[in-house]
Ligand binder design. Sequence first.
Ligand SMILES: [Ca+2]
Ligand SMILES: [Ca+2]
Length: 225
Amino acid sequence: MAYSKYAYGRSPFDRPFRWYDDSISYEFPGFADAVSRAKGRIVRRPKTRGGYFFNAIGDWRKGRLAWIHTSVRNESATYAVYFDLLRREEEPSRIPPRGWLGDGLPRCDRNGVTTMGADHSRVDLDDWNGDGLVDLVVGEHYGHVFWWPNVGTKQNPEFRFCRFMKNQDGQPLDAGLGAAVKVVDWDADGDLDLLLGGYVTGNMPMHVKPEECAQHEQTFLQFFD
Ligand SMILES: [Ca+2]
Ligand SMILES: [Ca+2]
């Protein structure tokens, strides 16, 4: 059955779908408060599909797939599911299509007019993964932090996708509201650290070393006034 007006469709029969990557928790552990009100504690509460609000890439190893189903006179329907496979050791480098399913998530066109789709973002520039190319480290309105690797060159940088920056427990960094970031070697040990503050809690930065960067030997999370 043909399905019209699907921006990502390669044929008249392609249907909007969503890929909920398991590397972003389906029951997303968000902190929807200010650190100052929570007395310095990050109090996370699960929000179903909350992490998929953001246009962040997963690892494509495991996840859930959902698409629009059309029922005709209560007859069964048959669908074909196709995958573009990654080669062994290959990392995903493109964000999957984000069709509108009515699942509470934003509708995304093939080409957006904004990058984050959020009211607030604060950007710092540094070579976070140490490959010689300057990356973007971005804090956003709901307190999360994203790393946008430069997958282009020094002369022609490309930022095709972002990843959640996570703590040692694998949970996404969350400053509560209005995350602002600064990459700096705070403790002068030769490894980059991340200072993270919030709009409401600007006097209580977090000092972290996310584990996902191989150059960082350890990860810790610490608050200080
Ligand atoms: Ca880099
Ligand atoms: Ca350091």
